[in-house]
Design a protein around this ligand. Structure first.
Ligand code: IPM
Ligand code: MN
Length: 352
C-alpha cells in the first residue's frame, strides 16, 4: 500500500497559485515513481478572499488544517490590503495557532547559480538558519498611547520565554547533529544590548550544549553575523536565533544563495504539523504573467517531502532542481530565466 498524505494547499495571493501549481506537478510526478500518494485540499485564503468576503482565516479552516499532514503555502500579501492585516491575521496566526515554533531556512548555493559574493562557490555557502517562530517581537505585545499627538508613545515588546527559547535551541542542536556537516552551531543574538533577552538565550544555549558535546558552538552578535555571512559564509553550519533576527538574516541568506527565486522555508512544529513556503512573497508585479521562478516553491515541496520522511523522493526532487538550475536556466530571476514558470516546472518533471 502506498503511503498517503493529506496536503492542505494555500495557493494565496499574487504569484502564489502559479508557483504552487508547479510544486504540485512535481509531487504528482513523484507519486507515480515512488510509493506515495498525495491528497490535496485547497484553501482559498488571502487578500482576494478578504477583499471579497471580509474573511481572513475562519476557525473552521484552522481546525481542518490541524488534521492535515502538512501545509503547502504559496504566498500571502495583496497590494490593495493595508500592510499588516493579512500578515498578522493569516500567516502569523497560522504560525501561532498551530504552534509552528521553528522556522527553518536553508541557505544553499547550487552549482551554476550566481551569488553576489565574489569568489564564493557552493562549497562555501551551505548552512541553515533555525529561527524561533512563535515569540520575540512577533507576539504583538505592546501598545500606543496618545496616538497621533506629539506626546505619542509606542511600545513594541519582545517576549522570550524560557520554554520557547529552550525548545528552539534544543531543536537546533538536534538538527545540527543530524545534519552532520561540521556539527557546528552558532548562536546569534545581541548580548551587548539586549541584556535580558539575549542573556536568557545564551544561558539556555550553554546549558543545552552540555547534552550535545559532539556539537561545537560559538556566539555572534546579529550585526557581526551579517558581515560574516558576506565575508566568510563558509564558517557556518547551523545558526540559531530569535524571531526578528532570524527574519532579517534569512533574507540576507536568500540573496547570497541566488535570490528569492530559489529560497524556501519551513514553519515547523516538530511534534505536530508543518507549513512549507517559498519565501519570496506574492510578487504582485509578476502575477499571472507565467514568468515567476517556481523553483523556490518546488524547493519548499522538497523540504516538505523531507519532513514527511520521504527521503528518496526528496533527494530525487533536489537533484532535479539542481539539474534545471545548472543545465537550463539563464538566470533565477523572474522574466529572465529563458523559460516560463510552467516550462521550468516541466523541466523539473522531465528530470524526474
Ligand atoms: C517571513 C516574512 C514574514 C515575517 C512577514 C510577511 C510577516 O517576512 O516569513 O519571513 O516577518 O516573518
Ligand atoms: Mn521575512
Amino acid at each position: 500500500m502506498p503511503k498517503e498524505y493529506n496536503i492542505a494547499v494555500i495557493p494565496g495571493d499574487g504569484t502564489g497559485p502559479e508557483v504552487v501549481a508547479e510544486g504540485i506537478k512535481a509531487l504528482e510526478r513523484l507519486s507515480q515513481k515512488y510509493s506515495i500518494k498525495f491528497r490535496f485540499t485547497t484553501y482559498p485564503l488571502g487578500g482576494e478572499r478578504y477583499l471579497k468576503q471580509g474573511e481572513l482565516l475562519p476557525d473552521g479552516i484552522i481546525n481542518e488544517l490541524r488534521e492535515a499532514d502538512a501545509i503547502y503555502l504559496g504566498a500571502i500579501g495583496h497590494p490593495d490590503v493595508q500592510p499588516g492585516i493579512l500578515e498578522r491575521e493569516i500567516l502569523l496566526r497560522l504560525r501561532f495557532e498551530l504552534d509552528l515554533y521553528i522556522n527553518l531556512r536553508p541557505v544553499t548555493l547550487f552549482p551554476g547559480v550566481d551569488t553576489p559574493l565574489k569568489d564564493k562557490s557552493p562549497k562555501d555557502i551551505d548552512f541553515v538558519v533555525v529561527r524561533e517562530n512563535s515569540e520575540g517581537l512577533y507576539t504583538g505585545s505592546g501598545g500606543v498611547f496618545k496616538k497621533g499627538t506629539l506626546d505619542e508613545v509606542a511600545i513594541q515588546e519582545s517576549i522570550s520565554t524560557r520554554k520557547g527559547v529552550e525548545r528552539c535551541i534544543r531543536y537546533a542542536f538536534e538538527y545540527c547533529r543530524n545534519r552532520n556537516k561540521n556539527k557546528h552551531l552558532t548562536l546569534c543574538g545581541k548580548t551587548n544590548v539586549l541584556t535580558y533577552e539575549s542573556d536568557l538565550w545564551q544561558r539556555v544555549f550553554q546549558e543545552i550544549h552540555k547534552e550535545y558535546k559532539d556539537v561545537t558552538t560559538n556566539y555572534q552578535h546579529v550585526d557581526a553575523i551579517c558581515m560574516w555571512m558576506v565575508k566568510n559564509p563558509e564558517q557556518f553550519d547551523v545558526i540559531v536565533t530569535n524571531n526578528i533576527f532570524g527574519d532579517i538574516i534569512s533574507d540576507l541568506g536568500a540573496m547570497i544563495q541566488g535570490g528569492l527565486g530559489i529560497a524556501a522555508g519551513g514553519n515547523i512544529n516538530p511534534h505536530g504539523i508543518a507549513m512549507f513556503e517559498p519565501i519570496g512573497g506574492s510578487a504582485p508585479k509578476y502575477a499571472g504573467l507565467n514568468s515567476i521562478n517556481p523553483l523556490a516553491a518546488i524547493s519548499a515541496a522538497q523540504m516538505m517531502l523531507d519532513y514527511l520522511g520521504e527521503e528518496e523522493a526528496a533527494d530525487a526532487l533536489l537533484s532535479a532542481i539542481k539539474k534545471v538550475v545548472k543545465n537550463n536556466l539563464e538566470s533565477l530571476e523572474a522574466g529572465r530565466m529563458g523559460y516560463s514558470t510552467k516550462e521550468v516546472g516541466d523541466l523539473v518533471v522531465d528530470y524526474l
